[in-house]
Design a protein around this ligand. Structure first.
Ligand code: SAM
Length: 356
């Protein structure tokens, strides 16, 4: 009632009610991932995209050759979560239509994160999440090793299908992140004659970079089995090797989502090898790192993603972690870099430029 102050008991009741809503969301948080995975596996975002107009339930169930009962319930849930929406078809019936969210789940397309969803929801990647508490109690054995008996890289070497999922997931993020880097700080590539992408996967990042900055010669450096499967591209060579041993020489070393996979000592070793790789270029050489820079309290919605990634590191890597600005300063100084800058871009990740 207007003018009547809320009692303390009413505030406590509100708090309990809100907590009940929040805990319910947490308890069943996995349902959003599972239903979105179901839509991607069935190709529903692609079917709607190709159809153009909104599709009725009966049109969608015929396209999928399935009955409409379960499909209706999946679509109702996903619409409730903002993936898909209801729109009137040309014939005046109610139909399903794409939203900005479901467009991110089409199987191809530059912005698509469907591969990331399929990777993160795959059985091999879900399994280590069951071992987080064991990891907390015994920091020596990672959650991934507990689940699979080996680390994620060895698992990839022995399970080509899972390795393919990982490589495609990384490439899907790269297709979104590299344009954000180019848009947020294009000047960092000015005047660079060559760039070695350390742990560059299938070369997606360099392909985008070279297209935007054709003056750059690219060296895509990764494990031999990864570069062996990478497609050829003009202006770029693939080199297989081990970044803990040495890194091919170039004007700049570029590392996206590499250092967070490793502990500080390993990170410092990789960074020292990168410093050696750019040493011929003197003060014109640099290392460009694209990683999360976490804020302890989460920061804004984008930066909060860094804390989520830190949980992912805890589950999926042996010793990896996301780092705060202070932690980045520590590893860079220990690796012999004299100064560095951190730039925010339109991504969960930031751009760190480090100079010898
Ligand atoms: C998390 S993925 C990131 C891939 C890519 N930079 C991206 O962001 O899309 C890590 C990459 O490091 C590579 N990698 C792992 N160990 C390596 C090593 N010892 N030497 C070179 N590359 C390695 C993996 O094969 C993988 O492509």
């Amino acid at each position: 009632m207007e003018g009547v102050e809320k009692s303390e008991a009413a505030y406590v009741d509100d708090e309990i009610a809100q907590a009940q809503v929040k805990i319910w969301r947490i308890l069943f948080g996995f349902t959003e991932m599972a239903a979105a995975k179901c839509a991607v596996e069935l190709g529903i975002p692609d079917i709607l995209e190709n159809h153009g107009d909104p599709m009725t339930l009966s049109q969608l169930s015929s396209a999928l050759n399935c009955s409409s009962t379960a499909l209706f319930r999946i679509m109702r849930f996903l619409m409730n979560r903002g993936i898909f929406q209801e729109k009137i078809t040309k014939q005046g019936s109610m139909g399903y239509a794409q939203t900005a969210l479901s467009r991110l789940l089409t199987k191809d397309g530059n912005e698509s994160l469907a591969s990331m969803l399929l990777f993160q929801s795959s059985s091999a990647i879900i399994a280590p999440w069951h071992y987080l508490s064991s990891r907390v109690l015994d920091d020596k054995t990672s959650a991934f090793v507990r689940a699979h008996g080996m680390d994620i890289w060895q698992h990839g070497a022995e399970n080509p299908d899972d390795a393919k999922l990982l490589d495609e997931a990384m490439a899907s993020d790269t297709r979104r992140t590299i344009p954000a880097v180019l848009e947020g700080c294009p000047e960092i590539f000015d005047g660079l004659s060559s760039v070695v992408n350390v742990g560059g996967g299938d070369g997606t990042a360099l392909r985008i970079l070279i297209k935007a900055c054709p003056w750059i010669r690219g060296i895509n450096f990764d494990l031999p089995r990864v570069v062996a499967a990478a497609p050829e591209c003009e202006g770029m060579e693939h080199v297989g090797g081990d970044m803990f041993t040495s890194v091919p020489k170039a004007n700049a070393a570029f590392l996206k989502w590499i250092l967070h996979d490793w502990n500080d000592d390993e990170c410092i070793q990789i960074l020292k090898n990168c410093r050696e790789a750019i040493s011929e270029y003197g003060s014109a050489g640099k290392v460009i790192i694209v990683e999360a820079v976490i804020e302890e309290k989460g920061g804004d919605e984008l930066k909060d993603g860094g804390l989520v990634l830190d949980m992912v590191m805890l589950a999926q890597t042996d010793k990896g972690k996301e780092r705060t600005a202070e932690e980045w300063t520590y590893v860079l100084r220990e690796a012999g870099f004299t100064r560095h800058t951190i730039k925010n871009i339109q991504s969960v990740l930031s751009v760190i430029e480090a100079f010898p």
